[in-house]
Design a protein around this ligand. Structure first.
Ligand code: E4P
Length: 215
């Protein structure tokens, strides 16, 4: 499973990129708004940091307008992937963009049926949201298992991006259940680096070293 970072914060993207662990970036209108900067400017800056798929989301709700927005966004960089919400209009836009050779990431997927339709419309990526399902009392990661089984059985090429990842458990389960990618916020990436025994181990190694070498 590959790891993307789920943020529009360029400092966090640089820090994660320096760790050598990320191969793409996803943004959404909420994440862009949080930065308080020009949308296209932020996206362009991100393309200069990470050499991989960068998802930029359309705002329009009608397919024609979505396609218009997409055609502008792809001018920013060859790695731009157009993020489109899972609606009837969204599917129409995905289908048109697919015919033009433009990659799409269908977002706000909450059922296997939605994932199947998005893939059949020509999406390159589908993004099931785990955390938001957990918020409703469901076990979001099970959605990954179901979508992965369907895609595998029917040889569907669209890649599954596990999204709305809130903790390391989500990321690990997404990998176990067959997500191709998990898009993870920077704070969760940091949590994934940690273990108390790692910290204690370093402390013990250094104490042992210093007790002999610094005599
Ligand atoms: C994914 O592409 C979305 O940007 C993101 O994962 C949504 O996460 P949230 O549910 O924590 O807002």
């Amino acid at each position: 499973m590959k790891i993307f970072i789920d943020t529009a914060n360029v400092e966090d993207i640089k820090k994660a990129n320096d760790m050598g662990i990320i191969s793409g970036v996803t943004t959404n209108p909420s994440l862009i708004a949080r930065e308080g900067r020009d949308f296209k400017e932020v996206v362009k800056e991100i393309t200069g940091i990470v050499d991989g798929p960068i998802s930029a989301e359309v705002i329009s709700l009608e397919s024609e307008k979505m396609v218009e927005e997409a055609l502008e966004l792809v001018k920013i960089h060859k790695n731009i992937v157009i993020k489109i919400p899972m609606t009837v209009e969204g599917l129409k836009a995905v289908s048109q963009l697919h015919k033009k050779g433009i990659k799409t990431n269908v977002t706000l997927i909450f059922t296997p049926a939605q994932a199947l339709l998005a893939a059949r419309a020509g999406a390159s990526y589908v993004s099931p949201f785990l955390g938001r399902l957990d918020d409703l009392g469901e076990e979001g990661v099970l959605l990954i298992e179901k979508i992965a089984a369907i895609f595998d059985k029917h040889n569907i090429k669209a890649e599954i991006i596990a999204a709305s990842i809130r903790n390391p458990y989500h990321a690990v389960k997404a990998a176990e259940y067959g997500a191709h990618i998990a898009t993870i916020p920077y704070n969760v990436i940091l949590k994934m680096t940690e273990h108390i025994l790692t910290d204690r181990g370093i402390e013990r190694f250094l104490n042992d070293w210093n007790s002999v070498m610094n005599k």
